[in-house]
Design a protein around this ligand. Structure first.
Ligand SMILES: Nc1ncnc2c1ncn2[C@@H]1O[C@H](COP(=O)(O)OP(=O)(O)OP(=O)(O)O)[C@@H](O)[C@H]1O
Length: 621
């Protein structure tokens, strides 16, 4: 290639550039963190590839990063001796191939949620932050093992050029920023040093700068793997700044655990729980990232999916194994018994950390629960071996509180159970209002029994795995027969049996009216004020879940509900005494339809319901 080639930025990349260039963003310093982070990744990649082919180091064995400010030229450059980029890689990585996070980044910014430019690294488009302070960026790169270097250059206005680089270009990449007017502060060596100490001190490679008033270079960061340093040498702020680096998060970590584990598998881990969920968190169940696997200090790959169960996918950090083979592949990781053991140990460490947080810092734990509670809940289904431990960490809304906030633990619930109460009661429903106003709760409320209200989408699925906690049965109050005898209500039993006997006539009449629309009709122990409710058998799927799955195109056979009635309610009494069959039919269907509505359901035939109600009201008047 002799000529200079011109390429156009891919459309979404161009939008990111527009955003970066035109936003009035005050925290401009982040560009340095992003470029140093890319340089460090490039060194990691070379070290990894050189395991197979040590020749890649050529005559430069050192892996390092250099920062150079040129006051006369008004340029700032970040150079690394890492893996470098070929011509094709320069074109693709820096402009023509949008990364999966590009669109999400644009969406997050457009929605104006708590997103701002500082999150750019989270979305895999960190390089473009260079244009925050530069009006022209030049990238010179020579790939390890290659003889030619190439130069990428752009002013960020829709296109970039690629041309041949100098013959003597060193291995690796130099990113040179031609600073915008007014950005000369970034030529100040003291300012640069202080930024590096703040953001990049823990980078595992030396970051070198010229000594003041001299041509000699010196290392300005710690340049050692932070997780290998003894805990007592590390401050909270060391941990926090390393967190920002591994998690690409501008915010702080909520908590962390740093352990050296010795035994059957020897490894060091540093695990963080973020304070806030990252933006693309809900999308990333299948492309989980955030736990970096090192083997004997060499970065191997992101192994979150192999080393942590899906329900802990919010964890960020590093695991550094002494025992895994350096040539490990993703496929080997998936099948390795050693990895299974490390995964088991990491899972327990995270659960320990959450347990400690819940016990010692309940307010922080409440914050964690708001961000990641719905994710942690999946563990009840996913991790049978740790189910009891995960259950202990769950928090629920309850009939004892006036808000949908999930604050009650199972231990707290057990601690205040009513006298004679043996079981833990809960209800699943589609939303908090449907849950707290459910007729199913009436009898329990009347007896002062607390019921946990599970009102999130995931809860119905989870409830299939809720069997027992601390030796107590967990019971869904909307399913099966509700036996209140255990609540010391056996004195009432005779009265209820008597009521059921008296209601035999009206039950039979209702069965005749409703026919196949219901599985059964019976007298309820659940109701005190409502006339009726629908209940399911112990193993039926909740009605709102059935609706959800049907809406998503699944072929779910309609489960016929059981109708329970309250014989002391005026509506039921009216049905019992109604001599006109047509009006009795209206009343009967109304009892079923009202119960379905109260449960949050939609009616099969709303027009018929309206006609019925109108007839009855008009008949009354
Ligand atoms: N100094 C560098 N050396 C080698 N390759 C680089 C360098 N800087 C960037 N790249 C390449 O360009 C790609 C895009 O960089 P960018 O910072 O936009 O995203 P990223 O680094 O992949 O994302 P993240 O910040 O999430 O790691 C990188 O994945 C890498 O392949």
């Amino acid at each position: 290639m002799t000529a200079t080639e011109t390429h156009h930025f891919q459309a979404e990349v161009q939008q990111v550039l527009q955003l970066v260039i035109h936003s009035m963003y005050s925290n401009k310093d982040i560009f340095l963190r992003e470029l140093v982070s890319n340089a460090s990744d490039a060194c990691d990649k070379l070290r990894f590839e050189a395991l197979q082919d040590p020749g890649l180091y050529g005559d430069e064995p050192g892996l390092k990063i250099e920062i150079h400010a040129d006051k006369a030229a008004r340029t700032l450059s970040v150079r690394d001796t890492g893996i470098g980029m070929s011509k094709q890689e320069l074109i693709e990585n820096l402009g023509t191939v949008a990364r999966s996070g590009t669109r999400r980044f644009l969406e997050a910014i457009a929605e104006g949620r708590k997103a701002d430019l500082s999150l750019i690294g989270q979305f895999g488009v960190g390089f473009y932050s260079a244009f925050i302070v530069a009006d022209r960026v030049t990238v010179t790169s020579r790939k390890a093992g290659a003889s030619e270097a190439f130069v990428w250059e752009s002013t960020g206005d829709g296109q970039f050029t690629v041309s041949e680089g100098p013959e003597d270009a060193p291995r690796g990449t130099t990113v040179t920023l031609h600073l915008r007017e007014g950005e000369d502060g970034y030529l100040d060596e003291w300012k640069l040093r202080s930024l590096i100490r703040t953001y990049s001190d823990h980078i595992g490679f030396p970051i070198r700068m010229r000594k003041p008033d001299s041509d000699e270079m010196e290392t300005v960061n710690q340049a050692s793997a932070l997780w290998m340093r003894p805990k007592n040498e590390l401050t909270d702020s060391d941990y926090q700044s390393f967190y920002k680096h591994v998690a690409h998060d501008f915010g702080e970590a909520l908590a962390w655990a740093h352990h050296r584990v010795e035994g059957n598998q020897n490894f060091t881990c540093l695990l963080y729980v973020p304070a806030r969920a990252p933006f693309d968190f809900q999308f990333s169940r299948d492309e989980r990232k955030g736990l970096k696997l090192y083997i004997k200090r060499v970065f191997i790959m992101d192994a979150s999916a192999q080393m942590l169960p899906a329900y802990l996918r919010f964890v960020r950090g590093v695991v550094d194994s002494d025992d895994l083979p350096l040539n490990v592949s993703r496929e080997i990781l998936q099948e390795s018994r050693q990895v299974e053991r490390i995964k088991g140990a990491l899972t327990r460490r995270v659960l320990d950390l959450l347990d400690r947080l819940a016990r010692d810092e309940p307010e922080k734990y409440a914050g964690f629960w708001r961000e990641f509670g719905a994710t942690l809940k999946e563990g009840v289904a996913e991790d049978a071996g740790n189910r009891e431990r995960v259950l202990k960490l769950l928090r629920f809304a309850s009939t004892r509180s006036e808000s949908p906030g999930q604050l009650v633990s199972l231990d707290e619930y057990i601690g205040r159970m009513a006298a004679g109460q043996e079981d833990i009661y809960y209800l699943t429903a589609d939303g908090w209002n449907a849950a707290r106003n459910s007729p199913q709760l009436e009898a329990l409320k009347a007896r002062g029994v607390e019921v946990l209200l599970m009102h999130e989408r995931i809860d119905e699925w989870i409830s299939g795995y809720l069997h027992e906690y601390a030796g107590k049965r967990l019971r869904n109050v909307a399913k099966g027969e509700l036996d209140l005898d255990e609540l010391g209500e056996s004195a009432d039993r005779a009265a209820r049996e008597q009521a059921a006997k008296e209601a035999e006539g009206v039950v039979a009449r209702l069965k005749g009216i409703l026919g196949d629309a219901v599985r059964d009709v019976r007298v309820s122990a659940r109701l005190t004020t409502s006339p009726s409710c629908v209940v399911l058998d112990e193993h039926d799927m909740a009605l709102h879940m059935q609706r959800l799955l049907r809406a998503a195109g699944h072929d779910i056979p309609a489960a016929r509900p059981i109708l329970e009635i309250n014989p002391s309610h005026a509506l039921v009494k009216r049905l019992a005494g109604e001599s006109d069959d047509a009006r009795a039919a209206d009343l009967g269907w109304l009892l079923l339809e009202q119960a379905q509505l109260a449960e949050g359901g939609a009616l099969d035939d709303p027009a018929a319901f309206i006609a019925r109600t109108s007839r009855l009201i008009a008949g009354e008047g």
